[in-house]
Every structure is written in structure tokens, then in C-alpha cells.
Design a protein around this ligand. Structure first.
Ligand SMILES: *[C@@H]1O[C@H](CO)[C@@H](O)[C@H](O)[C@H]1NC(C)=O
Ligand SMILES: *[C@@H]1O[C@H](CO)[C@@H](O)[C@H](O)[C@H]1NC(C)=O
Ligand SMILES: *[C@@H]1O[C@H](CO)[C@@H](O)[C@H](O)[C@H]1NC(C)=O
Ligand SMILES: *[C@@H]1O[C@H](CO)[C@@H](O)[C@H](O)[C@H]1NC(C)=O
Length: 241
């Protein structure tokens, strides 16, 4: 717990939800390194840590949760962002990079939550001095309300094919030249957009199906919706509040 708490929280965080219902929160756990069980309509807290790829591994071989003190992330060059989206709502998280350059913090990120039942995503490449990846889809998979797994869902660069501003990195990520980003010599807002999806079951065995919605939306160009949101966020930040 101490390890993560000590990591600086500087990242500006915004949660956008596309749907809203009136149901209220019953989850009183707000710390990303604590265990909890959720039901639909609860808030759920998780973290995303930014650091070098190797700093997520213990003894260079075992990937541990950023909550695990053995990684000593707090004493390495790292940053932490915390989020509390509503379970089973399609949410778009944005991390504003106007005062935060992911490449100067090692360029990789890991999403995580839990302690005894610690779950963490594989490290995802975000940025180096050459390329920056700005859009991600993160799936949170629950079983009986307990977070089991976090993973990055990729679509093999379908979102950027045919757009010469982007380069397809490793056949999976759409990267933009870091030199095109605002503050780095260019004019593009390279803030990170993270689309969330929930899958599995809640503690009452209710099925979480925002994942299903994302899959379906994707057919109808979720990326269109997503880009619009991002454009709106960039230009009219306050319109949504
Ligand atoms: C680290 O890895 C080395 C080589 O694989 C192994 O000999 C050593 O026991 C490991 N140390 C710990 C603390 O696990
Ligand atoms: C930046 O990352 C890309 C994609 O992983 C890689 O091909 C490239 O060699 C990296 N560049 C530097 C300067 O590390
Ligand atoms: C390519 O992507 C850039 C950055 O998001 C965008 O401004 C531009 O309109 C896109 N071009 C095409 C042809 O879709
Ligand atoms: C990021 O912050 C800058 C400065 O406050 C602002 O101009 C920009 O629109 C923000 N970008 C997003 C995507 O919110």
C-alpha cells in the first residue's frame, strides 16, 4: 500500500460515461491496492502506473502488481493515475499529456487493482521519443464481483489504417510521431484516451455486458464516436459537465 501511495499523483484524470443510470454505489473501497467485490452500478477504483517496462518486473522475470513493494515503483521514475469508473458503463478515460510526457516516465503503463487478489494488465507501450500511442481499450474482467483480469484489447491498427498521420506499431498499436504532439514541436493533442469495457459477472452473478456493447459498437465505428468525444474534449471541455 505504501509503495503505491508514495507514487506521485499528478496526472489529470477525467471520466466520461456514455450512459448513465440512477443506481447508487455500494462499494466503499477507494484504494486501488485493496480487495473488493462489486455489483453493477458500483464505482470501482483502479490505478494505471507509468514506468519503464522493466520496472514492472521483479528479478527481471516476474511481473508483479504495482501494489507490490518488491517492485519499489515509488522510488523509480514512475507516475500513477487513479480512476473510479462506474461498473458496466462504457467509459472513456482521458489522461491529459499537456503537463505529463509518458515517454519521460519510461513509456509503458500497467493497469492494476487489488491486493490479495491482485490483478494487473500486461505492460502496454505508450510512448518513446519517436512514437506516441494515444488510444487504448482496457477490459476489466470480473468473476462473482471480484476482479480477475485486466487486459488491453487491440484491433490490429484498424482504427488508423489509411491515415498517414499514424504508423502501425508491432501490428497492434496506432502510433503518432511524438514530434507531432503539442509541446513537442507539433500541434496534435496527444492526450491518452482509454476506452473501458467490463466483462464477466458481478457478485450477484449479474452479467456485465458493456464489453458486448463495445464489440457491437465497434462494428459501427466506435472509433468515430470516440474521436468525436476526444475532439469535443479538446475543444469544449466544459460542455459535458
Ligand atoms: C532471481 O533470478 C535468479 C536467476 O534466475 C535466481 O537465481 C534468483 O534466485 C532469483 N532471485 C529471487 C529473489 O527470486
Ligand atoms: C520507439 O518505439 C517503437 C515501437 O515500439 C520502436 O520501433 C522504436 O525503435 C522506438 N524508438 C526508440 C528511440 O526507442
Ligand atoms: C488522421 O488523424 C488525424 C489525427 O487524429 C486527424 O486530425 C485527421 O483528420 C485524420 N485524417 C484522416 C484522413 O482521417
Ligand atoms: C489538456 O489540457 C490543456 C491545458 O489545460 C488543454 O488545452 C487541452 O484541451 C486538454 N486536452 C484534453 C484532451 O482534455
Amino acid at each position: 500500500m505504501a509503495a503505491v501511495m508514495a507514487v506521485l499523483v499528478v496526472v489529470v484524470v477525467m471520466v466520461m460515461t456514455l450512459s448513465a443510470d440512477g443506481a447508487s454505489n455500494t462499494n466503499r473501497v477507494y484504494h486501488p491496492c485493496s480487495d473488493t467485490k462489486i455489483q453493477r452500478s458500483d464505482g470501482f477504483t483502479f490505478g494505471i502506473a507509468f514506468a519503464s517496462r522493466t520496472s514492472f518486473f521483479f528479478n527481471q522475470s516476474h511481473q508483479l502488481s504495482p501494489c507490490d513493494r518488491r517492485l519499489s515503483l515509488s522510488s523509480s521514475n514512475s507516475q500513477l493515475a487513479l480512476f473510479r469508473p462506474k461498473v458496466d458503463e462504457i467509459s472513456l478515460l482521458t489522461i491529459n499529456t499537456s503537463s505529463f510526457s509518458p515517454d519521460s516516465y519510461g513509456g509503458y503503463m500497467v493497469a492494476f487493482a487489488g491486493r490479495k487478489y491482485a490483478a494487473r494488465s500486461p505492460p502496454a507501450f505508450v510512448a518513446n521519443s519517436t512514437y506516441t500511442v494515444t488510444s487504448f481499450t482496457l477490459v476489466l474482467e470480473f468473476q462473482k464481483g471480484r476482479l480477475q483480469n485486466l487486459y488491453w484489447k487491440r484491433d490490429g491498427c484498424a482504427a488508423c489504417s489509411g491515415n498517414s498521420s499514424f504508423v502501425c506499431l508491432n501490428n497492434q498499436d496506432c502510433g503518432i510521431k511524438t514530434s507531432s504532439c503539442k509541446g513537442r514541436g507539433g500541434s496534435v493533442d496527444c492526450s491518452l484516451g482509454i476506452q473501458l469495457a467490463f466483462s464477466g459477472t458481478d457478485k450477484h452473478y449479474g452479467v456485465l455486458n458493456s464489453w458486448y456493447e463495445v464489440e457491437n459498437l465497434r462494428q459501427y465505428s466506435l472509433y468515430g464516436v470516440y474521436s468525436n468525444l476526444r475532439d469535443s474534449l479538446t475543444s469544449q471541455y466544459n460542455k459535458f459537465f
